[in-house]
Design a protein around this ligand. Structure first.
Ligand code: ATP
Ligand code: MG
Length: 439
């Protein structure tokens, strides 16, 4: 994509109302635009990142055996009256009426709807286990929307729902999602720590929040340092076989949010292994048994013919919040430093002398070789402006082409994360960029 023709509006000034780095940088890099409190339009740069995050989430859900569907955003109140949550949910639910005066709502979550859908088709225990998920916009009328997309009112969530014949099966489903979450966040270059959590309005008895450590996080968390040292992608199992031992590693070491913190257990950890930090909740998984299957009247004949209510769990990931969390974890004074897997473009090509024959030709070549995963800064701007914008937008690589290098057929390749620079041939530059994107 040529920057001269792109809709990538960067800002020089720091927006006054943005309190944390990710919000400031998302506005300055032109990723999102607030359209009303807690509601954002995603501009091309932000949308590209959101789609990459979403795709990683999708791939791991699929690999774990969940199946993607798409449920609507608008729901009828009747569904929620069946579970009893229409009155229980409170003012965070956006409620309205249709033209026939029927009570409607914009979905804050989908337990009721998915249970009703599954009820329509499940005929016997042979239809179990199943796990259905979707990636869809949610609305929660938060009292204090803030920190940009981190606590929005409209936000993108992946929510999965598992149905099992018995408690043991439900716990196996829970473990698969647990491992899927570890892998999902690790693939994005994030360390997300599962923490025992309270179950809140979803109800139930087993729940973990996945928390990314960041100074600006809304929650206070406490954990054992072993959990930070663990290399998930190297050591987590794939989805075949028994996942108990993998999950035991994480649940066997102390990690808790403020609400669940246990001073005695904490004091038992050697002092140098204690980490107390701030964190951002990026995912939350629940096992809640038959709460919805019973209230929504979902029952199937079991192996002995007797009716059973499936055991259920639900599993959320804050897809749009993750974009903010990724920036909180990866930025510096100059701007964003995208991890390779989620960057909007694998690289930017910076032409330091637009109009110079050799520079233009070499940049065209690089751009063509890397398209469409490359942003070509072909503007008639000073080099300093191009450097600053590339650092701000955070492309993992910058391929810098000036007249001297172009005459010699060389490219300066800069790694955004480390600031390291190297002179290489155009072929090597392309190979290095492609290789880190696919790693
Ligand atoms: P929080 O405690 O942050 O309000 P929650 O516990 O109410 O979140 P869940 O119902 O567990 O949220 O939703 C699943 C995931 O959706 C959360 O882990 C979080 O990543 C994301 N999420 C929840 N509320 C918001 C929001 N207002 N804006 C952006 N993402 C959100
Ligand atoms: Mg939660």
């Amino acid at each position: 994509m040529r920057l001269s023709r792109a809709f990538l509006p960067t800002l020089k000034e720091t927006p006054a109302d943005a309190q944390i780095a990710s919000h400031r940088l998302m506005l300055r890099a032109g990723m999102v635009r607030q359209t009303s409190a807690g509601i954002y339009a995603w501009l091309p740069l932000g949308w590209r990142v959101l789609r990459r995050v979403e795709q990683i989430v999708r791939e791991e859900q699929d690999a774990a055996g969940a199946q993607e569907i798409l449920m609507p955003t608008v729901q009828t109140a009747d569904l929620w009256r069946q579970s009893g949550r229409y009155d229980a949910y409170g003012p965070e639910m956006l409620r309205f009426k249709d033209r026939h005066d029927r009570d409607m709502l914009y979905g804050p979550t989908n337990e009721e709807m998915v249970t009703e859908i599954f009820r329509g088709y499940a005929r016997s225990y042979r239809d179990l286990p199943r796990n259905l998920y979707h990636i869809q916009w949610k609305f929660r009328d938060e009292v204090r929307p803030r920190f940009g997309v981190m606590r929005g009112r409209e936000f993108l969530m992946k929510d999965a729902y598992s149905f099992d014949l018995d408690r043991e099966g439900a716990q196996a489903s829970y473990r698969r999602m647990f491992v899927a979450y570890l892998r999902t966040f690790a693939r994005m270059g994030l360390k997300a720590i599962p923490m025992r959590a309270a179950t809140g309005p979803i109800g139930g008895n087993l729940s973990h929040e996945f928390v990314v450590l960041a100074d600006t996080g809304e929650s206070q968390v406490f954990l054992h340092r072993d959990l930070l040292d663990f290399d998930v992608l190297r050591e987590a199992p794939d989805y075949e076989g028994d996942l108990s031992s993998a999950v035991e590693f994480w649940t066997g070491r102390y990690a808790a949010t403020d609400e669940e913190h246990d001073e005695a257990a904490w004091a038992a950890i050697p002092e140098e292994r204690r980490v107390s930090a701030r964190g951002i909740e990026v995912g939350h998984i629940f096992y809640f048994g038959t709460k919805y299957s019973i209230s929504m009247d979902l029952k199937v004949p079991g192996p002995d013919g007797a009716l059973v209510a499936p055991e259920m769990g639900s599993y959320g990931i804050g897809v749009s919040r993750l974009v903010g969390a990724l920036i909180e974890a990866n930025h510096d004074e100059a701007g964003i430093r995208w991890p390779d897997a989620v960057a909007p473009f694998a690289a930017a090509v910076l032409n330091l002398k637009q109009g110079d024959g050799a520079c233009d030709a070499l940049c065209d070549r690089l751009h063509a070789a890397l398209a469409p995963d490359c942003l070509y800064d072909d503007r008639a701007e000073r080099a300093g402006v191009k450097f600053a914008d590339a650092d701000l937008m955070g492309h993992p690589w910058q391929a810098i082409v000036g007249p001297r290098g172009a005459a010699a057929g060389r490219v300066e390749l800069k790694r955004r994360a480390t600031g390291e620079r190297q002179e290489v041939s155009p072929e090597d530059a392309v190979a290095r960029i492609r290789e880190s994107r696919s790693a």
